[in-house]
Design a protein around this ligand. Structure first.
Ligand code: GDP
Length: 642
């Protein structure tokens, strides 16, 4: 049985109990902590958690929240210091944010959980996951669901051919073997299980959905042609899948070709952090031919195996949860949307809220065009009956009735309008990177590097990866040859990255997309300028460092006592200068008798900015007036050096 180390203090925080209470509970259960930690198996931990939950203050366990909270709101709701909450967000939930970033509701829930709270959402529509969880109990009670698979890869490497082959060779009825696919997704039924394939056009769609907070793909199939090997869009696809944390299965395609060289592809993969099983890694590589079908059954088997490992579960009886894959307006049919059901069951007649629109489902068809009454988890279906065309990636949620749905939709539209009016969501930019680092966690500076030739890509990447600091991680999350594309922008948007172009420019579409998504693109033609700017930005992210800079000396020549405002030192500047915001150090008989700040600097009753050598002045200090004739005052300032 595997065990893990758990900190007593973490258990205490989570359940809002003191460490003593936690230790007592552990002792009662016969568990002995050492050095504030305990080694414990998963089952035992569940028992301990149950017990601690029972003891936790009952009234403090539920937070009632409106959606779209910021870390600051969360801190206020939990009555905890801002900093502590933000730190937990970054270190425990692993989400980088500032105090005012709007959090996805799921993230807010996880954050609350860290401190032992469960969240109850204020909306009329039950919140997606919370509702599903409460109805279905713990995840393990839910039945398994089919994996949702996306095929990615370089153009012409055979994505479409592979999808076509799989579809045609795995439909039971002859009649369907010949029909054209009705929607951008289909399911195949194998003896070992069902797989849902999404036919999204390219990586852009994959990441565009993610940028909207929807993660629909469970497994990515990376198609690499055995004659071409890894190409720029292959690398792009790898970056997108990795960034989305989706496991990759490599399908080396076109093995029927005489010039096919599977081994070459296998040896290329480790250069992109994909270590094939043959080299002791985890990445499954399947040689296939989309023309002859060789290897395809094995690929499908591997997909199901991977899915089994992932234990993908959803409850068909739970609260409905779905996502829009694509949507359009069709003449005579109105808004038509392809929906992937993620949780619960979608039925004809259901009233749903979809993003900022709603509808009562009039009709539902599967990918073959067959009419359906119900759709279970992982099923892609086309629906009719929405009031408007939703966006890809929009969530599908249940509504009580038409009125409730309309109200929720109107509220959302209003808040969307408000958001559109408000200053747009801040993305990372090189100039204001320092503002990212308001808190003490390590900050990531994510970069996407595009350059004109492979040599430059390598050079820029290599140099950037050497830009180091304790507090800032410079991470090149994707690099490649060619101009900056829309897909780069979408990846940058999803990963909060800056796009760096060397000897390349953004394509027209990319420029517009960058403006929409508020992604910063920086282009350079001189490599050291590029590195210098990134280094400067990274330094900006560091905590500012100050160095003392000497300004001058003044000597106390007389001490005046003013009736109202205490004592004033009448001084003469003997060297350099003294300025109003100067810091001062008072020397007397070779000892420093005061160090601090100036309160006022005057010349003949006038406040002045500075006094230079040879001039007289009246000086007061902040919180100290014990000066004597003959004191030598050194003026200095603190200058930021990074
Ligand atoms: P996509 O751009 O990745 O969707 O690639 P396509 O599926 O359109 O395929 C590009 C070209 O490669 C087409 O001419 C296909 O007929 C061909 N092709 C795809 N798969 C295979 C294969 O397994 N063997 C051979 N010989 N050709 C293939």
């Amino acid at each position: 049985m595997t065990t893990m180390q758990v900190k007593i203090s973490d258990l205490a925080t989570k359940h809002r109990l003191t460490a003593d209470v936690v230790s007592r509970v552990l002792a009662d259960l016969g568990l002995e902590p050492a050095n504030g930690e305990i080694e414990i198996g998963a089952d035992d931990l569940e028992i301990v958690s149950e017990e601690l939950k029972r003891l936790a203050p009952a009234d403090a366990k539920t937070l009632v929240l409106a959606p779209n909270r910021t870390p600051r709101d969360m801190a206020a709701a939990m009555n905890l210091p801002d900093k502590e909450v933000l730190k937990a967000l970054m270190t425990k939930v692993k989400v980088m944010a500032t105090l005012t970033t709007t959090l996805q509701d799921e993230v807010a829930e996880k954050l609350a959980e860290v401190f032992g709270f469960s969240v109850q959402w204020e909306t009329a529509t039950p919140k997606r996951e919370a509702a599903a969880k409460s109805q279905a109990g713990s995840g393990h009670d839910k039945p398994l669901r089919p994996p949702v698979v996306t095929i990615l890869g370089h153009v012409d490497h055979g994505k479409t051919s592979l999808l076509d082959y799989i579809r045609k060779s795995n439909v039971v009825s002859k009649e369907h073997g010949g029909i054209t696919q009705h929607i951008g997704a289909y399911q195949v039924q194998l003896p070992e299980g069902v797989i849902t394939f999404l036919d999204t056009p390219g990586h852009a769609a994959f990441t565009a959905m993610r940028a909207r907070g929807a993660q629909v793909t469970d497994i990515a199939i990376l198609v690499v042609s055995a004659d071409d090997g890894i190409m720029p869009q292959t690398i792009e696809a790898i970056s997108h899948a990795k960034n989305a944390d989706v496991p990759i299965i490599v399908a080396v395609n076109k093995i029927d070709k005489p010039e096919a060289n599977v081994d070459r592809v296998v040896t290329q993969l480790p250069n992109h952090d994909l270590i094939p099983e043959a080299f002791g890694g985890q990445v499954i590589v399947c040689p296939v031919s989309a023309h002859t079908g060789e290897g395809v059954p094995h690929l499908l088997e591997m997909i199901l195996l991977q899915a089994e490992v992932m234990e993908l579960r959803a409850d068909p009886k739970g609260a409905l949860e779905g996502v829009v894959i694509e949507a359009k307006l069709e003449k005579g049919r109105g808004p038509v949307a392809t929906i992937l059901v993620e949780e619960g069951t979608l039925k004809v007649g259901d009233v749903v809220v979809v993003g900022t629109t709603w509808g009562k489902i009039k009709a539902m068809t599967d990918w073959k065009g067959d009419r359906l009454k119900e759709a279970a988890p992982s099923m892609p279906v086309e629906i009719l009956g929405l009031a408007d065309v939703p966006g890809a990636g929009d969530p599908v949620e249940p509504a009580k009735d038409e009125r409730g749905a309309r109200e929720t939709t109107e509220a959302r539209q209003q808040s969307d309008r408000a958001k559109a009016m408000a200053p747009t969501k801040r993305r990372v930019s090189l100039k204001d990177i320092r503002r990212l680092g308001e808190e003490d966690a390590v900050k990531d500076l994510n970069l996407i590097v595009k350059a004109d030739v492979q040599g430059s890509v390598e050079a820029v990447r290599g140099l950037l990866e050497k830009v180091e600091s304790d507090e800032v991680n410079v991470k090149v999350i994707h690099s490649g040859v060619g101009s900056v594309t829309e897909s780069d922008i979408l990846l940058a948007s999803a990963a909060n990255a800056i796009v760096v172009g060397f000897n390349v420019k953004p394509e027209g579409g990319a420029k517009a997309e960058a403006e929409r998504q508020k992604v910063e693109i920086r282009t350079y033609t001189i490599i050291y300028e590029l590195i210098e700017e990134i280094e400067a930005a990274v330094k900006g992210m560091l905590e500012p460092k100050f160095e003392e800079q000497h300004l001058g000396f003044v000597e106390v020549r007389a001490v005046f006592k003013l009736s109202r405002s205490g004592k004033v030192a009448g001084c003469h500047c003997t060297e350099g200068k003294i300025i109003r915001n100067a810091k001062v150090r008072v020397n007397r008989d070779k000892e420093i008798v005061f160090e601090g700040d100036l309160d006022s600097l005057r010349n003949v009753k006038q406040d002045v900015r500075e006094i230079i050598a040879g001039q007289d002045c009246g000086i007061k200090f902040e919180g100290w007036e014990d000066f004597k004739e003959g004191d030598l005052i050194e003026a200095y300032e603190l200058v930021q050096v990074n």
